[in-house]
Write a protein that binds this ligand. Structure first.
Ligand SMILES: NC(=O)c1ccc[n+]([C@@H]2O[C@H](COP(=O)([O-])OP(=O)(O)OC[C@H]3O[C@@H](n4cnc5c(N)ncnc54)[C@H](O)[C@@H]3O)[C@@H](O)[C@H]2O)c1
Length: 249
């Protein structure tokens, strides 16, 4: 499949996990990918993996919660590749803590990265996406659809991402730009390992989030993001697709 031939995708969170897998998938289908993350080493590794496989990649470090850096990064992508067709907002952070113990500054930080970062990337990219008739794929979570124990900050941020996705879909659909989201659940990445649970977590509650059969890697999300971002998703707008091994079925 060469669904992204001649297209340019900006992928945040591209230094690891789902962002890396998505960048690799889009590049493997002919797209040029602009890799964005705070982690320079991981970006270099992703770029190396893509170019060694015959793909086309460039990268920039950027904290998605910093408005100046976000706008400079989108400009750098367009300067590098001449256009922007797809924005994949995948960067994110997880905070697991008992609700009573979440310091307000940590709650705010999760919203700043996961929600405000997604908002700013969308705002900076939209003029370019309007030019190319491009589209956006955001990363929500099963925590936006069902209660996630110890995830008050995270789930709140992802609920916002889902609402933002639907809003952009209706506001920009008529102007030729689609906006969709994926809701991953229990994906085997650094974040998905669940290693940051509070010590005295109620494991019965936590186990509610396990997939029906087995955990899978970030490539299962990348496949769905690529479908949504390609012409195969042409009639899908304002949708979020749950990819969680059946957890919330
Ligand atoms: N793994 C899962 O089970 C799961 C489930 C639901 C949703 N998600 C979502 O999928 C996305 C990717 O998660 P993952 O599992 O690949 O996690 P990950 O921790 O492997 O990757 C997240 C990436 O985001 C980057 N990042 C963090 N803060 C950033 C910032 N301020 N600016 C730029 N980059 C930043 C990190 O450096 C990292 O490379 C996240 O939005 C996450 O919330 C993951």
């Amino acid at each position: 499949m060469n669904r992204f031939e001649g297209k340019v995708a900006l992928v945040t969170g591209a230094a690891a996990g789902i962002g890396r897998a998505t960048a690799q998938r889009i590049a493997s289908e002919g797209g040029s990918v602009f890799l964005v993350d705070v982690a320079r080493d991981g970006l270099e590794e992703t770029a190396k993996l893509i170019t060694e496989a015959g793909g086309n990649a460039a990268f920039a470090t950027c904290d998605v919660s910093d408005e100046g850096e976000v706008h400079a990064t989108v400009q750098a992508c367009v300067a590098e590749f001449g256009r922007l067709d797809v924005l994949c907002n995948i960067a994110g952070i997880l905070l697991l803590e008992h609700f009573e113990k979440i310091p307000v500054e940590k709650f705010r930080r999760v919203l700043e990265v996961n929600l405000v970062g997604t908002f700013m990337l969308c705002q900076a990219a939209l003029p370019h996406l309007l030019e190319t008739g491009g589209n956006i794929v955001n990363t929500s979570s099963t925590s936006a659809l069902a209660g996630m124990p110890y995830g008050a900050a995270y789930g709140t941020s992802k609920g916002g991402v889902s609402a933002l996705t639907r809003t952009l879909a209706v506001e920009f659909g008529k102007r030729g730009v689609r906006c969709n989201a994926v809701n991953p659940g229990s994906i085997k990445t650094a974040m998905g390992s669940g290693g940051n649970l509070p010590d005295d977590a109620d494991m019965q509650l936590v186990m509610r989030a396990m997939p029906i059969d087995k955990a899978r890697g970030p490539e299962v999300i990348a496949a769905v993001v690529a479908m949504l971002a390609s012409e195969d998703g042409a009639h899908i707008n304002g949708e979020e697709i749950r990819v969680d091994g059946g957890t919330l079925s």
